[in-house]
Design a protein around this ligand. Structure first.
Ligand SMILES: [Mn+2]
Length: 315
């Protein structure tokens, strides 16, 4: 489906439930909030399915839009969700009844009846902006929600996915009249003290390989407990190691509470394709940013990741 066809679909249906992915980020949350408000503006009934993993950083954008437990939708829309494995527990009952998936991941699994996919877009928020711009007025609230989606997914216009198109979308969203300064300050210029303590521990335990081009950092449960960090303190922490001079490929391994290790890879795609590496580990994503989840100890998973990187390098 093109954005215009998606807009026609959305104006033709009603009673919407919007789904966001596990470990929700700014893109999925901003898209959901912007789309929900746009649908309501044109007289539709629209809610966002509660996502229990949402952090306090993003909760304000969806609080007033969350569906009550007894809401029965006619139309289910997912935003920024590439795969069935990314459905939160509460969304699993909709696994086979998503009517429209709006997404920008090349690894999109086409689980929905219809899909509006543009894998050249840096953020799903750009696609949602095109769709809602076709049938709704972009109010400051919609503009801010979609700006959060777009700006967070390109690391405030710094990641390798940033292009002129992203800036054009951001400029158009700013024209809606919201104040971007507090948003940028909140998301890109502010860190909790607990976050800084974690970053300090990551640097202390960092492993450098390939003459410093590849860096691995290890976020253990013991570190998280010692600092008393919550999910908000760890938001987008996989981008941290790539900030070190000379590091092209950053690997962040994070111990989960259930005996798994979450792998996040941020790479220079000309040097190493993150998506190819993570596919070998049962995950997926983009060429410059990908992830996987593996059972095992930190040391076991570390070895698997190193082997996968070497395999992609030499293959
Ligand atoms: Mn995204």
């Amino acid at each position: 489906m093109t954005p215009q066809e998606a807009a026609a679909f959305l104006t033709a249906h009603d009673r919407y439930l919007i789904l966001t992915h596990v470990r929700p980020d700014g893109d999925t949350i901003g898209c959901a909030a912007g789309l929900c408000r746009a649908l309501r503006q044109v007289g539709k009934i629209a809610y966002i399915l509660e996502n229990p993993e949402i952090t306090s950083l993003f909760a304000g954008y969806v609080d007033s839009l969350t569906a009550k437990a007894d809401f029965i939708p006619d139309t289910v829309v997912s935003v920024d969700m590439a795969a069935r494995s990314l459905f939160p527990e509460g969304a699993k009952r909709y696994l086979d009844r998503v009517d429209l998936a709006i997404d920008h991941h090349p690894s999109q699994e086409f689980f929905a009846r219809a899909t509006c996919l543009d894998s050249k877009k840096a953020a799903c928020g750009q696609i949602v902006f095109e769709i809602v711009g076709a049938f709704a007025h972009i109010t400051p609230e919609i503009g801010e929600a979609l700006y959060v989606a777009v700006s967070t997914d390109c690391g405030c216009f710094q990641y390798s996915n940033t292009d002129a198109d992203v800036h054009r979308t951001a400029a158009a969203l700013m024209d809606s009249g919201f104040d971007p300064y507090p948003v940028n300050r909140k998301f890109f210029r502010t860190k909790t003290l607990k976050r800084l303590r974690l970053e300090s521990m990551l640097v202390s335990g960092m492993e450098l390989r390939d003459e410093g081009a590849t860096a691995l950092v290890f976020l253990t449960r013991a570190m998280i407990d010692k600092v008393g960090a919550d999910e908000r303190d760890m938001d987008d922490i996989s981008a941290f190691v790539g900030q070190i001079e000379g590091v092209k490929n950053g690997v962040t391994l994070k111990e989960t509470t259930d005996g798994h290790v979450k792998i996040s890879l941020r790479t220079d795609p000309g040097d190493l394709n993150a998506s190819t590496v993570c596919a070998l580990l049962g995950g997926g994503g983009h060429a410059a940013a990908a992830g996987a989840m593996m059972a095992g100890t930190m040391e076991q998973v570390r070895q698997r990741v190193i082997d996968a990187i070497e395999q992609v390098r030499n293959g």
